[in-house]
Write a protein that binds this ligand. Structure first.
Ligand SMILES: [Zn+2]
Length: 460
């Protein structure tokens, strides 16, 4: 069976290719061998398949997320990692209840809606009011309060699908800021066009928070086709009334980060942190967000561990409660943010192929950053910036000045699936998933330092 093959056997298997194609002398042959053998990886698929099948959706702070932590501890232990543990923390939990949206006039019909995180509860009777529409958050901001008071706000936008996912920052504003602004102006509810790029009748949920003392109001996302429909109805020029039922409840809950390690030969050296987030939204099974990420990070660490003992400790962190406000990342930072880390990495952008590597290792480690780029090039990965890296949970620690590497995945279809019922295992392409593992294994092989191969009895 493949996964019981030794590193030496994998090198031997790769050697016929090496005999035909001369390889770059700038890439350590051991790193190249680890990279190439990772293109046959099965660990990542096993983790993503297991988590999404045996746990399913795992909303932060719920009993389902607790089951995910128990599953994670068992899995990481079974894979042979050391120091497997959970660092727990408390958080407020929001869960959705019944939800529906309906045009009452002039053309009565149902629309497909999902509550946004932390939406106010409408109660079973819902809210009914005239709809007032805006093409952007800026238009909503500029509106006099009288235009909005007592109404249900609709905010539109035109988010594009981009390889680097850059639309999410700018076009996510209706979801992130819209509910607070609408509430402050006296709206009784708000629906936004889903922050998504698909044409399916799936609304995209996601976090938002009522800030600056704004009173929670029912806040939901319409699927893209339903937002189109509402616009067409509005353009007929008659007053449009909507009934919005978004029930929800809140309670005090607990989450936690699941941590495991590959101990390095020199425990005094700072660890390399590889991560993803264990929690998911509640509607899909959290396959691309972020079952794939935790799987990729752990699979790469496992492959290094299988090949021998690295110089530096590799620390795997499966963050809890990312979706509801990067709570796991904040907890890790509060506990460990003052400790040195050799590099931070996070996979949280699906499972499609990695196309770019950015790094922020500092000028004194430029050669290391360049070595990473050279080693990744045969996977079709371009070298980007030497002064930036990103990640959701690790973002604040990167901003604090910790070094990091960012492996940029192709996000062209990520926002078709993100935070929808459609985020399921079948959306993970096993071939692209393996390319991710190969890239992560390559980077980890370089960052964790020379790997000492396990001593074997001599063959006769
Ligand atoms: Zn995520």
């Amino acid at each position: 069976m493949f996964r019981t093959l030794s590193a030496a056997a994998l090198l031997a298997a790769a050697s016929p290719l090496a005999a035909q194609v001369h390889r770059s002398p700038l890439v350590d042959p051991k790193v190249a061998a680890l990279r190439d053998s990772a293109l046959q990886d099965q660990y990542a698929w096993d983790i993503a398949e297991g988590l999404t099948t045996e746990v399913g959706p795992r909303l932060a702070g719920t009993e389902a997320e607790a089951r995910a932590r128990a599953w994670a501890v068992k899995k990481l232990t079974a894979l042979g990692f050391s120091n497997v543990r959970v660092e727990s923390f408390d958080l407020p939990v929001w869960v959705r209840g019944r939800e529906s949206a309906e045009i009452l006039a002039p053309f009565p019909q149902p629309l497909v809606v999902a509550a946004l995180g932390n939406s106010g509860s409408s109660g079973p009777g819902g809210v009914s009011a005239e709809v007032v529409a805006f093409d952007s958050v800026d238009a909503l901001k500029a509106a006099p309060d009288g235009t909005v008071r007592g109404r249900i706000v609709f905010v539109d936008h035109a988010m594009p699908a981009n390889q680097d996912g850059s639309g999410y920052g700018q076009f996510g504003a209706p979801r992130r800021q819209g509910p607070t602004i609408a509430s402050q102006k006296g709206a009784v509810g708000i629906v936004v066009r889903s922050i998504g790029t698909d044409r399916h009748r799936n609304p995209h949920t996601g976090a938002q928070e009522f800030s600056d003392g704004a009173r929670p109001i029912p806040a939901g996302a319409l699927s893209n086709p339903d937002a189109d429909q509402l616009l067409r109805i509005l353009k007929r020029g008659q007053p449009v009334t909507m009934k919005l039922v978004l029930e929800s409840r809140t309670f005090a809950g607990q989450s936690g980060n699941v941590i495991a390690e590959v101990p390095g030969r020199d425990p005094s050296l700072p660890p390399v942190l590889v991560s993803g987030h264990l929690d998911s939204w509640d509607q899909g099974t959290g396959a691309v967000d972020d079952g794939a990420g935790v799987a990729i990070a752990a699979a790469a660490a496992k492959r290094i561990m299988d090949s021998g003992r690295p110089l530096r400790t590799i620390r795997i962190v499966w963050f809890g409660a990312e979706e509801v406000g990067l709570v796991g990342g904040q907890d890790y930072r509060a506990r460990h943010g003052k400790e040195p880390h050799y590099a931070l990495l996070e996979s949280d952008f699906g499972a499609d192929k990695i196309w770019k590597v950015d790094s922020k290792l500092g000028t004194e480690r430029k050669a290391e950053a360049e070595a990473i780029g050279k080693a990744l090039a045969p996977l079709g990965i371009v070298t980007g910036s030497f002064t930036e890296a990103d990640g959701s949970d690790i973002g604040p620690m990167l901003a604090d000045g910790h070094p990091g590497v960012g492996l940029g995945q192709d996000g062209t279809r990520y926002f078709d699936l993100h935070h929808t019922p459609d985020d399921t295992l079948d959306k993970i392409d096993p071939v692209q998933l393996r390319q991710n593992v190969a890239a992560w294994t390559t980077v980890l092989a370089i960052l964790s330092g020379p790997i000492e191969e396990p001593k074997r009895p001599k063959r006769r």
